[in-house]
Every structure is written in structure tokens, then in C-alpha cells.
Unconditional design. Structure first.
Ligand code: ZN
Length: 560
């Protein structure tokens, strides 16, 4: 090779490697930007209230919970586990970022970017049926197969706790979770049994023992009931629950764990609210004939601080509250339980809501934004779903609000829970049950949080419900815009406007009036240019948090 050619070859190599470096750094930047949308936040709780034994119990439960990560990875995609090991070996800076983002998503698809793949060599589109079904299965094939099965087999095929596989001849078969995931369920079960031996709390011991048994027997009914009755300083839920990962049919439950400590102080605040529910109902701003004479009994609510979450309970945007179980048989027989993760809410408040408040609120009201008000309103929102009209009579016919409002129901019901929540808190302040200070804080806090709810659009029920409230309150002069384009609560008008909107929405529900619901949404359920301008200004504020759990530093099987 002559010198010129060598020089050219060297130049080409240089150019190519430069280009490669450039591409890599763009890819790295991109990945880093993606990760930075989630603010890292240490989550923990006050462990000092736990006895020495309780700490051992907690440690064993967390170890068991950690195994849910392994199962969940396996459930999301059949290539996930091998990919995890491959990504783990790449210790370059970019490799580490990719591994981190993989774990944040529990797979190679970025959830907040419409599941766009961020690792080379994986399917471009996330498999709808995850790894619950054979990769080549179509809806039609499944349905034709199920159609001809005997009833008991049909139940399994569509059931929460069976995966669908092919036998050696290619025929579809059901495999119980207890077999499919035995490799992880056996040690998880053993750890729960060990924890059960140590705990002195009866309801916790019962749940842990029954859940340990369910992991091996594949029958979850009894342990789900025991979870509803669980009343212990350590609040834990572990096992297969939500079905969102199965986007093909929504039948199959994904493994998750939430390990938390009960927050006794917040629970007392909650009881205070619960105590006045019937009285609030009796004073709702609607015709007395629409009020419930006797409210239906409440499902229990627990307020806790999360110390560890795994599997389906820890990816993408973080869960701040959940309602379980999903098994209709249990809900019918025993009801459900709602768990509010207070420290997760607080982290979201600090890392997302405060920065939003600083950009959208008028200077004079930024300091009014408070976590206590934020959390009280979340609790009130949850409770208000239980108040107001549900079963209604239209033209002599018994029906319910959901049926009458059809596809508009969710947005209207979410708006109702928010606005009636404000009404209820004001009622309790006026009565002297709640601190007068709440009146100062709750409205500006809600105003800032409205921007948090609508910043990603109003296609979903919560966002649309919030847009209705925001625009209505603006129209009523209860939210003003200051010269700098920032928003502020009009203290003179807000109370009346809240009461009026509460009344309007409750009457729509009481009368099951689809047309009125539709015009309310058409009038108010949108984003106008001034609001959009403000939304553009907050687009760089984190979407959510990335939890860092202090407690798990020394776990043996840890992948996170
Ligand atoms: Zn709600």
C-alpha cells in the first residue's frame, strides 16, 4: 500500500471514529436526558418505632420482595433476563446509564415515550401479550382455543395466575404461575415463612403464612382476604396483582411488592375526615332529595411510608396509591383496601409540584403551597368518590351514574372528587374541625397541582377533569392571571366558585344527564393558548421521581 493510500485510510478511520464518538455522545446525552426526567429521591421511613424482631421481619420481607423483580422481568418479555445480564456487563459510562434506564423501565422500552425501544436488537414494539403468552400467539388463535375448552380450563386460560405456553406439538396449554416461576417463588415463600415465624403481629403472621402457601399452591384467595384484614405497623403486599402488563387481554397478573410502614399520625388525620363524611354528605350543595341518607360503609384506607417496592410496583411513573385486590370475587365478598404511599406523594410534591408552583403561581402565593394541604386534598379526593349520587332513578327506572354518563363518566367523576374535596375541606375549616391555615394553603396548592395534572395532556380522565375545573374557576374569576402571566387564587371568589361547580357536577350526576355532562366538557375541558404557554414553560421540570431505597443496600439477590 503506498503512503497516500495509507494516509487516506488513516484519515477515513479518524473521520469514522469521530463520527462514531459523536453518535455515541448523542446517544449518551439522550439517555442521560431521559433518565434526568426522573428526579432521584431517597425513600425511607422512621424505623425507630420497630422492635428488634420487627426489623428482622422487615429484612426478610424485603428479601422476598426483591425476588419479585426477577419474576417481573421474566413476565415482561422473554428476552429480558438475558438482556439484563448482557447490559450488566457493559461497565462503560453509557453502559451503566443504559442498565439504569433498563431497570427504571423493567425492560428495553421507555414507558413515558410510548414504549419506544432504547436498546439495539430488541423488538421495536413492546409485545402486547408480554411473556404471558407465546410470542407468536394472535388474539384469534387464543379466542378460538378458549371457546372450545371446558369451563374449568377456560377459567384458567383467562385467569390471573396461569401463563399460556405451547406443548411439544405446538398446542396451547395453561401453566400455573407456581410452576412457571418456581425458581423464584420457592425462595420467596421460604423467606415469608421465616418472617412469619418471627413477627408478633397476628394479622401479619397470617398474611405472610397464607401468601407463602399461595406462592406454591397457586391459590391466592385466602391470602388476599388476609391482606384486607392486615393491620400491622409493617404493611406489605407481595404477589401477582395488576394486569396492565398484559396489554393483549388484561387477564394476567404481574408480580409486585410494596413494603411499607404505617404512618399513625396521618391515619389519625384520615379518621378525622372519615368521621365527618355523613355530615358533609348532608350538607352537599344539592337538593336534599339527591343526598345519601346513609353512606355505604367505607373500604379501609391505610396511610404508609414506602420502604421498598419491586417488580410491577417499581417502574416508569411511580405509584402513589393503590387499591387492591382486583379479584372480583373478593371485592364482592369482602371489599377492597386502599393504600396511600405518603412519602412517595411527598417526594413527588417536592421534586415536581414545588418547581411547578415556582413557575406558574404569582409570587405572592408561592409560599402558600404546602404538603399538608396537598396530602389532605388527596385524601379528601379519595373519600369524595364515595359521596354524592351513585345509584339513581331516571324516569322511574333504577340505574347508576356510570351507565348514564357512559364514556364521559370518568372525567366527570374525577372532577367531582377534586372539587367536592375542596368543598369538604372548606366545610371542615368553617366548622373548626380543620386548622384555619388550611384555607390559606389548599387553594394555591391545588392550583399548582392542576398544572401537574394537565401538563401531559387532557386525553385521560384526571387531566380532562382538571381542565374542566381550571377553566370554570378562571371563568368565575376565582383564578386570576397577573401581569407576568402567572396565576393566582382570588381569595374573595374561590369559595363560592368551588361551591357552584360542586353543585353543578353533583346535579349532572344526580340526574344522569349525559347532554349536560357533554356540554360541560365541551365548554371547559380544553387547554387554551394562555394555559399552553404556561405549560410550555414547565416542560423541563421532572416528570416524576426515581426512588432510591436506602434499605436494600445489602440484599443478596439485588439487581437494582
Ligand atoms: Zn379519583
Amino acid at each position: 500500500m503506498n503512503k497516500l493510500l495509507i494516509a487516506l485510510a488513516l484519515l477515513l478511520c479518524f473521520v469514522l471514529s469521530c463520527k462514531k464518538q459523536q453518535e455515541e455522545s448523542v446517544a449518551k446525552m439522550d439517555l442521560k436526558n431521559k433518565i434526568d426526567r426522573f428526579a432521584p429521591t431517597e425513600l425511607s421511613a422512621d424505623l425507630s418505632c420497630l422492635s428488634r424482631d420487627d426489623k428482622i421481619v422487615l429484612d426478610k420481607i424485603v428479601q422476598s420482595a426483591e425476588l419479585m423483580d426477577h419474576i417481573y422481568l421474566h413476565q415482561v418479555w422473554n428476552g429480558n433476563y438475558d438482556l439484563l445480564e448482557k447490559l450488566q456487563k457493559n461497565t462503560s459510562e453509557e453502559g451503566k446509564l443504559r442498565y439504569l434506564y433498563f431497570l427504571m423501565n423493567m425492560g428495553p422500552w421507555s414507558q413515558v415515550d410510548n414504549n419506544e425501544a432504547f436498546v439495539d436488537g430488541v423488538p421495536k414494539v413492546k409485545p402486547l401479550g408480554a411473556n404471558f403468552y407465546p410470542a407468536d400467539l394472535t388474539r384469534d388463535e387464543f379466542e378460538n382455543w378458549v371457546k372450545n375448552l371446558p369451563v374449568s380450563e377456560k377459567e384458567k386460560a383467562k385467569g390471573f395466575f396461569y401463563v399460556i405456553r405451547r406443548d411439544s406439538k405446538g398446542n396451547l396449554i395453561t401453566v400455573p404461575y407456581s410452576n412457571e416461576y418456581r425458581r423464584w417463588l420457592e425462595p420467596a415463600s421460604k423467606l415469608l415463612n421465616e418472617a412469619a415465624e418471627v413477627t408478633t403481629n397476628k394479622s401479619l403472621r397470617k398474611y405472610l403464612k397464607l401468601r407463602a402457601k399461595a406462592f406454591l399452591s397457586n391459590d391466592y384467595y385466602e391470602s388476599d382476604v388476609a391482606w384486607l384484614e392486615l393491620d400491622s405497623p409493617i404493611e406489605v403486599v407481595i404477589g401477582p396483582y395488576e394486569t396492565y402488563t398484559d396489554e393483549l387481554f388484561g387477564y394476567k397478573a404481574a408480580f409486585e411488592a410494596f413494603v411499607a410502614l404505617r404512618d399513625d399520625e396521618a391515619t389519625k388525620e384520615l379518621e378525622k375526615l372519615e368521621h365527618y363524611l355523613q355530615e358533609i354528605e348532608n350538607n352537599l350543595p344539592i337538593d336534599p332529595k339527591y343526598r345519601n341518607k346513609k353512606l355505604a360503609p367505607l373500604s379501609p384506607i391505610r396511610v404508609v411510608d414506602l420502604v421498598y417496592a419491586s417488580g410491577d410496583g417499581n417502574h416508569g411513573v411511580q405509584t402513589a396509591a393503590f387499591n387492591l385486590p382486583n379479584d372480583e370475587r373478593i371485592i364482592r365478598d369482602k371489599g377492597a383496601k386502599r393504600v396511600m404511599l405518603k412519602n412517595v406523594q411527598k417526594a413527588k410534591f417536592e421534586k415536581v409540584l414545588i418547581p411547578i408552583a415556582q413557575k406558574v403561581l404569582d409570587q405572592s402565593q408561592i409560599d402558600c403551597v404546602s404538603f399538608d394541604a396537598f396530602f389532605m386534598h388527596i385524601l379528601a379526593h379519595e373519600l369524595m368518590h364515595g359521596l354524592g349520587p351513585h345509584d339513581i332513578t331516571i324516569a322511574g327506572k333504577a340505574t347508576n351514574v356510570r351507565q348514564e354518563l357512559k364514556e364521559l363518566y370518568s372525567a366527570i367523576e374525577e372532577a367531582k372528587a377534586d372539587i367536592t374535596g375542596l368543598f369538604a375541606l372548606q366545610y371542615l375549616v368553617d366548622k373548626g374541625v380543620m386548622d384555619k391555615k388550611l384555607e390559606e394553603t389548599v387553594y394555591p396548592t391545588f392550583l399548582a397541582s392542576m398544572f401537574r395534572s394537565i401538563r401531559f395532556g387532557i386525553n385521560e380522565a384526571h387531566g380532562k377533569g382538571v381542565a374542566i375545573q381550571f377553566n370554570y374557576l378562571r371563568k368565575q374569576g376565582a383564578i386570576d392571571m397577573s401581569d407576568g402571566g402567572r396565576f393566582k387564587v382570588n381569595r374573595i371568589r374561590i369559595k363560592d366558585a368551588v361551591k357552584k361547580l360542586t353543585s353543578m357536577i353533583l346535579i349532572i350526576e344526580a340526574e344522569g344527564d349525559y347532554n349536560k355532562a357533554k356540554s360541560l366538557i365541551e365548554w371547559y375541558g380544553n387547554i387554551n393558548p394562555a394555559t399552553q404557554k404556561t405549560l410550555d414553560e414547565i416542560k423541563d421540570i421532572p416528570i416524576d421521581i426515581r426512588p432510591v431505597y436506602k434499605l436494600i443496600a445489602n440484599l443478596p439477590n439485588r439487581i437494582r
